[in-house]
Design a protein. Structure first.
Ligand code: IPD
Length: 277
């Protein structure tokens, strides 16, 4: 109540676009790279600069809101709205110049901290390389701005899991990856094919745009998925997530309505068996 969702969506679009411009236009020849949780989990100086820009702009536009970012340096607020931001989702792609990474910005209500209950009410995901901007607000539909055009997004109508193109992703810890691989061994023969595109935010938007029938991943953080899940849900996809009985950190999935039940039953069972909850 009292929250102007149209305004939040507009702010999300504006700051995501600006940060997207920064990471592509000011990318240095030689990226400064530091390791985070594992040697392959890296943060570049541009992740940090992008987050600083997001913090800056959000402080100016929405001074009473809190901000939670993937990188350090969030802040508390008093309005009940928290901006959950991933300054570069798909950092490995960014590092290798694979044009599949994004700036993800979501306005959430509730507690987006570890294990907390929250829900995204507006959000935007910008792909700096393609110029695409995916955005949504609760109840307002999902939209894609690209090449000067805006179009409404709809999930696919696939009804058969065997014909579904399914996206997924992997964490950085070798032990988690081994378990994710065991799940995949069983899922791959049961679907059309698997894509590992490298950005959870864009994968969720791909479900919204009908470029994937479904997507799932274990172990995501709120900033990887907050905006993308809202876009997928508003495009008519079914989304498992924060209010699923499965813990918020454990399993994220989004699927076209016709394959949602089969996909989620399968992936949840396989997650329990192989990944553990
Ligand atoms: C990663 C990407 C990747 C997913 C990983 C995430 P980051 O985000 O979204 O697709 O599989 O689980 O951590 O680290 O590049 O912001």
């Amino acid at each position: 109540a009292g929250v102007d969702l149209a305004e939040l969506e507009e702010v999300a679009c504006r700051v995501a676009r600006e940060a997207a411009r920064l990471v592509v236009e000011e990318r240095p020849e030689d990226l400064g790279v530091a390791a985070k949780s594992t040697p392959t989990d890296v943060v570049t100086e541009m992740d940090q600069r992008s987050q600083e820009l997001l913090l800056d702009r959000l402080a100016a536009l929405r001074p009473r809101d809190a901000v939670l970012g993937e990188e350090e340096g969030g802040r508390d607020g008093t309005s009940g709205v928290t901006w959950v931001v991933d300054p570069i989702d798909g950092t490995t792609n960014y590092l290798y110049r694979v044009p599949q990474y994004a700036v993800s910005v979501a306005a959430v209500v509730g507690d987006p901290g570890e294990g907390g209950r929250w829900r995204a009410v507006a959000g935007a995901v910008a792909n700096p390389e393609s110029g695409e901007l995916f955005h949504a607000r609760e109840g307002g539909g999902a939209w894609l701005d690209a090449r000067g055009d805006t179009r409404r997004l709809r999930a696919r109508s696939t009804g058969d899991l065997a014909l579904a193109l399914v996206g997924t992703g992997f964490g950085y810890a070798p032990e988690l990856r081994a378990r994710q691989a065991r799940l995949l061994v069983e899922l791959l023969p049961a679907v059309r094919d698997i894509r590992r595109q490298g950005s959870a935010a864009l994968d969720l938007c791909a479900v919204a745009a009908g470029r994937l029938d479904a997507y799932y991943e274990t172990g995501l953080h709120a900033w990887d998925r907050a905006a993308g899940e809202l876009v997928a849900r508003e495009a008519g996809a079914r989304v498992g997530g924060p209010f699923d009985e499965v813990a918020a950190q454990a399993l994220t999935w989004a699927a076209a309505p016709g394959v949602a039940e089969a996909l989620s039953d399968r992936v949840r069972a396989l997650t329990r068996e192989h990944v553990g909850l």
